[in-house]
Design a protein around this ligand. Sequence first.
Ligand code: NDP
Length: 316
Amino acid sequence: MKYRRLGNSGLKVSEIALGSWLTYGETVEQENAINCIHQAYELGINFFDTANAYNRGEAEKVVGKALKDYERSSYVLATKLYFPMGDEPNQRGLSRKAVIEQCDASLKRLGVEYIDLYQCHRFDTETPVEETLRALDDLVSQGKILYYGVSEWSAQQIQQAADIVKQYRLHPIVSNQPIYNMLVRYIEKEVLPVSVKEGIGQVVFSPLAQGILTGKYKPGKQLPNDSRAANNQINRWIQSYLRDDVLSCIQRLENLSSELGLQLSQLAIAWILRQPGVSSAIIGASRPSQIAENVKASGVVLTEDVLTEIESILNE
Ligand code: NDP
């Protein structure tokens, strides 16, 4: 496993991280979830991502429980806040009250004394950015969080926040967590350049487009029984990818990956990691064998010819 700096900070994160959305504390039963997290750690993943809102705190509990077996300094634990955690108006968003209270609640569920990376899950249009940043800065000063970042913020929102941080000499924003994969590339235009300029690393989610970029979904064929797409409880987010034209394109990418002696998942992750502005790709996994396959993407270098070939397949 290779490690990268998280933006301009000194923190080193594995270039492949493990997340817990829709899986741990939800559809993956606890023993299997803990086995996945342990498998990841044993294979060199030191970066684990969760959120307070993932099944209303249940994911945080499982991630915290699994990581209890390891020395605290040996892993980087990231969580987030913003989405509703209750029906009250202040149990959501990024107000000072929410930031302080949600952090305490996450610390309890995770069973740790500090969070390594605390992320604003979305931008809150109803709270001044300065209020949020000052609350996060206070949490760093109190030692409850070590670093903070954002998730799915636009280039303009990132720039605005970075300017406030500089103006008031606050602790810096170290990361942004956007979606990024071969099929969804909007960050390349503005978010990546602004972030690189401001020293903010991307920790990207859905690198496999929720499993589409493994090649297991075939055009015109039945969905594999044990897959996210076949699970009615959680398949609403994957639907937009399940089109024959997309799946045919994926088949051509799979042919290319076989020629290179790689699994498609490995090619897809290596393609993301070619971007110097990316600090880590956060995968999901419903079983340990998927993690064993996906981590082999770390260190794979794609030649210019291969990148050109990928570009032409994606543009067909
Ligand atoms: P991926 O694109 O990596 O998809 C993960 C899913 O793909 C797995 O759960 C599994 O599903 C399938 N899969 C993974 N590897 C393989 C393999 N080798 N072979 C076959 N199937 C495989 O990521 P996610 O979309 O799950 O997102 C990853 C993480 O990113 C989340 O856990 C979360 O931490 C973060 N995230 C953040 C968001 C944000 O707003 N900040 C939003 C979404 C995610 P299955 O086996 O069930 O088919």
